[in-house]
Design a protein. Sequence first.
Length: 280
Amino acid sequence: KKPLNHELSKLFSEMWDMDVNRLTPGKDYTIDLQGKAGDSAGQDNAARHLFHNVNEDRLKSIKTFATFISLLDNYETSTGVAEVVTPEEIVENNCFLDAILATEVMKLAHKYLLKNNLAKPNLADFKHQLYDIWFQLYARKEGDRPDSSGFEHVFVGETRRGKEILGLHNWVQFYLQEKRNQIDYKGYVARKNKTRPDRDDRVLSIQFSWKGSVKPIGSTFIGVSPEFEFALYTVIFLLSEERVTHETVKIEEYELQMVVCRHGHHIGTAYPVLLSTSSE
């Protein structure tokens, strides 16, 4: 395990405090954890949805969530199938980036990256940089047509040959897919030193099936705003050149390992792994 990165912990904790769009557990949404996921991936230890309810009016009233949700239906989730980006989708991508760039969370990320000479000072240039990192298409597999992007992988999810789920580390997408009965939540994955997560935990490891495949373990932030995740992953991505970056950070009471993988100049995947919470 890498030692705690104090500088990033401080930065991300400031972002956490600034994240005014984050939803409140018990008030804006309720999760129903049910059983612990079985060792065999087919076992279902949760008869009900993970999200018992989410206040959708609140989601739709927050610009960053509303513009984020409009992007979720823009993708062909199967890898190897070329993505077609329409002019409308480009407009939607830009509306989303404009919305998040107006938030204090992204302004803080920009300021930090500027200080480290990793971002363009001009906001329009910084937005181009974000577009390239997150929305520029690339081929997941050598020789394929451009079939993927960082945004699609992390926030929407992808499938490989109908046998494997890739990415899908976002709670809003999870909730919306669950509501359409596309996702089947199979239980939480407990950490070694904690018997079970709490209903107000902000990071969860879960098992689920989607589009005919099972993801044995997937971890995700719960309730946070899209700009918060975008800011964290972008900062880690730009701070390093290695193919896979692991940073240990402490946000609130959570000790997390943030994992970011590169695909050339783009994000390959990014997600949080819960190491411990101080309430243990």
